[in-house]
Design a binder for this molecule. Structure first.
Ligand code: GMT
Length: 384
């Protein structure tokens, strides 16, 4: 098949999922065309004869106070779909990608029946899309998509209730390449991070308010009262300065490393003893899955899709949002009980391999694409 993929190319789970999906589809022999305003973050690392990248050109004009990305993206989608003869375009994160895909499909009407797929990822549904200035167009563009998927049951239900959409939404969870995301014996990095065998706690996010990174720091402070430990914070974003300030106020800065954005997460997760994800909102929690694949137990909040990923008492623990004391108790329990920690680490890895390995999930997307493409109306029947 010839498949177009549109996503946000920057730091973030939806772009990671879209890019890894495209790479896996290309490996299976499909031709994949990424359409975005920049090269997706994980699309580096060598030439692949089945992968193409088309950049959306953005022109500025003094009259336009705001960049007009939606129509520019639709025009690029149209161009690529027409000349590369795409079977379908799969957009990740509905705003504004589903709108552009709808426009491209409308413009192509009658010349081959381009199919569109929208994957809902998180705040496109739970936050941004709910704003009155977006809601009607969000509902419309989701309903107009030929197929819609959500990354968790939680998100599927939210879409139905928040938007009154009764269209079929298939839950296809996120995935991880467990051949790449696996614990590595890297003693050098371990020595640099925790030279005296200190416990290593990791958090990875884009440091937005919904991630509640300050809760991570407060839990870590409680851990430090019981044992020597290091906190590794990976990523960057609006709350980073606040977090650095809080570490100084709590006088724990010397135990915390802010690594900023990092490409090699496996190396970092391989030295981790615990992963913290105390988010306010999390429709799936991709980095928690990546941690599980690297045998790192997770302590998280109980929001959104996290209880679908983390099995409480088996692969990690979940607590109410903001319940720092309970999260600290769970964290200390795991960090002080080696046998329990080993069981959780093993169970997390097994769950990632058994339920969320790339092949299992990409099969589901591929099946859905095949059904869509087979149901394509012959050109003559497509409304002119
Ligand atoms: O929804 C967002 O704010 C951003 C989005 C992203 O691009 O990272 O995150 C969502 O999608 C990820 C990939 O499916 C999920 O792992 C995250 O849980 C989800 N974030 C939220 O729901 C806050």
């Amino acid at each position: 098949m010839k498949i177009g993929i549109t996503c946000y190319p920057t730091y973030g789970g939806s772009g990671v999922v879209a890019t890894e999906l495209g790479k896996a589809l290309a490996k299976r022999g499909h031709q994949v065309h990424f359409i975005s305003y920049a090269l997706p973050m994980r699309l580096t690392g060598g030439f692949d004869t089945n992968i193409f990248y088309h950049e959306v050109e953005m022109s500025s004009y003094p009259l336009f106070e705001f960049p007009l990305y939606t129509p520019a993206l639709a025009s690029k989608m149209l161009e690529v779909a027409k000349f590369e003869k795409l079977d379908l375009i799969h957009v990740h994160y509905a705003i504004p990608h589903a709108i552009s895909a709808f426009l491209a499909k409308q413009m192509l009407n009658g010349s081959g029946g381009l199919r569109t797929v929208t994957t809902l990822h998180g705040t496109d549904i739970t936050l941004v899309g709910l704003e009155p200035s977006f809601l009607p167009v969000m509902k419309f563009s989701i309903e107009q998509s030929d197929a819609v998927t959500a990354v968790s049951r939680f998100l599927k239900e939210k879409t139905a209730t928040n938007y009154g959409i009764d269209k079929e939404i298939e839950v296809i969870p996120n995935f991880v390449d467990t051949e790449i995301f696996k614990r590595l014996p890297d003693h050098l990095f371990q020595k640099r991070i925790a030279p005296n065998g200190e416990k290593v706690i990791v958090h990875i996010s884009n440091f937005r308010t919904v991630k509640r990174v300050t809760d991570v720091i407060r839990v870590f402070k409680n851990i430090l009262e019981k044992m020597d430990a290091r906190l590794i914070l990976v990523g960057d974003g609006p709350d980073r300065s606040n977090c650095e300030l809080l570490c100084r106020e709590l006088d724990i800065f010397q135990h915390v490393k802010f690594l900023g954005k990092q490409a090699d997460l496996v190396e970092i997760l391989s030295v981790a003893d615990l992963f913290l994800m105390p988010s306010q909102s999390e429709s799936f929690g991709l980095s928690a899955l990546e941690a599980m694949a690297c045998e790192v137990p997770v302590v998280s909040s109980s929001v959104g899709g996290l209880p679908e990923l983390i099995v409480h008492g088996e692969t990690g623990f979940i607590a109410e949002i903001g319940d720092i004391e309970r999260m600290s108790k769970y964290a200390i329990d795991l960090l002080t009980n080696d046998a329990k920690h080993a069981m959780f680490a093993k169970a997390g890895r097994e769950r990632a391999v058994k339920n969320f390995h790339t092949d299992i999930i990409v099969d589901q997307y591929e099946r859905m694409y095949e059904q869509l493409v087979q149901s394509k109306a012959p050109a003559a029947l497509v409304q002119k």
